[in-house]
Design a protein around this ligand. Structure first.
Ligand code: ACO
Length: 437
């Protein structure tokens, strides 16, 4: 971190002396005011619930400029990566800081693809779940259980042990997601085929059965691979911050990633693509395109809690750059499958057009986010709605683990411990039960 010559001066009206706070400059993006010594010097905390103005760490992995609609992984624009690299190259980049050369790419692919199998016992653990359990709850459990299955390397201060955990997570996540799916539909698990690419192997584990040959469709594989790339990291979002906070206690990385998956499940975060498709299905079931205006009126009504799912973002106050790429992929996939006239897709496009012209959304800078289109693509690929967030979790695992690694190796690394503004009762005595109201 480079310290700026400029200092922030904080003044108080209660007689507390002014203090100067250091300011740091990033390579790009807003400067940050260092408040770490604030409590020691003034006895006061800062208040920022929701982290609206607080940088919780310094990071070299991902940069977002929400106003410009820019997303960079290790300095590379997401558009360049999505058009020129596959997901495993992006994984390598996020983990190592640089794109792999041809030899490194081959070595990394071999490494990952040789770790795709999970312990055979995992399926018996999985069979303990009800078949109708939400796959995100199953995935949270399975990944958390990896801490029990792979407890051999418990010294994560050792670089090699961390690397093994990272590769295991990236390699086994597709297998676990596919197992959770197969279990929910009552089909046999399909073992990985390491001759295939990472994404083609995942699609085969999801959709093949032992009775028929599974043909890999390169257009669909490319689409899913792009979904993975677009979701691979997104700096300090809720689930990544969860992984960092959970991991900051020194806990097992599989446990920390499991916490991230639990966080991702929420509809305001990774659950949005599922919620978005449900919203489209509901509108369709209640009259379709003719009812859009009624639905938009409901969204704009402050007394209703209805939101236009797939619109808006905490950071992007412009088009989500991932949404543009996903929109492109959406057209490609629907054309490949001959689904251009799909009524749900037409409904989504009409909804998008109306919202982009409506002053409510324009004035609040609410643009479609990646989830608005990724649900439509996934549905076309044959992925059921309740699996959408699992696909997101699979893709984000590399981002989570890269951020965890960065935190563990940061010389300033400390256990995360936010403070609070206490507004509850002051100290009081416990009354006898007979006199309590
Ligand atoms: N539909 C209708 N109104 C919205 C929406 C929406 N999707 N999003 C925000 N608004 C409105 C709010 O009501 C608020 O209006 P007001 O100023 O009149 O009170 C204003 O826009 C600002 O909204 P906030 O909730 O303060 O914005 P915040 O940054 O906290 O929320 C969030 C971001 C949670 C993503 C929100 O836009 C949302 O709920 N969107 C729908 C869910 C979604 O698509 N999530 C996916 C996020 S991307 C991802 O995880 C990959």
């Amino acid at each position: 971190m480079i310290e700026s010559d400029i200092k922030a001066k904080l003044s108080f009206s209660d007689g507390t002396p002014d203090i100067d706070l250091p300011i740091y400059k990033g390579t790009v993006g807003p400067d940050v005011i260092d408040i770490r010594k604030l409590y020691g010097q003034t006895g006061k905390f800062t208040y920022d619930s929701g982290f609206l103005s607080t940088a919780s760490c310094n990071s070299k992995i991902t940069y977002i400029d929400g106003d410009k609609g820019e997303l960079l992984y290790r300095g590379y624009p997401i558009e360049d990566l999505a058009n020129n690299c596959d997901f495993l190259e992006v994984c390598y980049l996020l983990l190592n800081g640089e794109l792999p050369n041809a030899g490194q790419k081959q070595g990394f692919e071999e490494l990952v693809m040789h770790h795709t199998m999970v312990h055979e016992q995992m399926q018996f653990f999985l069979r303990g779940f009800r078949r109708d359990a939400h796959p995100m709850s199953v995935l949270t459990g399975l990944v958390g259980a990896m801490a029990a299955f792979y407890h051999d390397e418990i010294d994560y201060s050792d670089e090699k042990a961390r690397e093994v955990a990272q590769i295991r997570l990236i390699a086994k996540m597709p297998t676990l997601v596919a197992m959770a799916y197969k279990y929910s539909v009552g089909q046999p698990f399909i073992y990985p085929d390491n001759k295939l690419s990472y994404t083609a192997n995942f699609m085969r584990m999801m959709f093949a059965t032992p009775c028929e040959e599974y043909k890999v469709n390169p257009v669909l594989v490319r689409a899913l691979d792009r979904i993975f790339t677009l979701h691979a990291d997104h700096e300090q979002n809720a689930s990544t911050s969860t992984v960092r906070l959970c991991g900051s206690s020194g806990t097992n990385p599989f446990a920390a990633i499991s916490a991230g998956i639990a966080c991702l499940w929420g509809p305001a975060h990774g659950g949005a693509n599922e919620a978005c498709l449900q919203m489209l299905n509901d509108i369709q079931a209640n009259g379709g395109v003719d009812k859009i205006h009624e639905f938009i009126a409901q969204v704009k009504d402050k007394n209703s809690s209805v939101r236009l799912m797939g619109f808006g973002h905490r950071v992007y106050k412009n088009f989500d750059p991932r949404a543009k790429l996903m929109r492109e992929t959406c057209y490609e996939v629907l054309e490949e499958l001959g689904l251009q006239d799909d009524p749900l897709f037409k409904l989504a496009m009409t909804l998008e057009k109306i919202a982009l012209e409506d002053d409510y959304f324009v004035s609040r800078k609410l643009y479609p986010n990646v989830d608005f289109y990724s649900g439509i693509v996934q549905r076309a690929l044959g992925i059921p709605t309740e699996m959408f967030t699992c696909i997101f979790a699979l893709a984000r695992t590399v981002g989570w683990i890269a951020q965890w690694e960065e935190m563990i190796t940061d010389p300033e690394y400390k256990i995360g411990r936010p403070r609070q503004l206490y507004v509850g009762e002051t100290s009081r005595k416990v009354p006898n039960i007979s006199v309590r109201k």
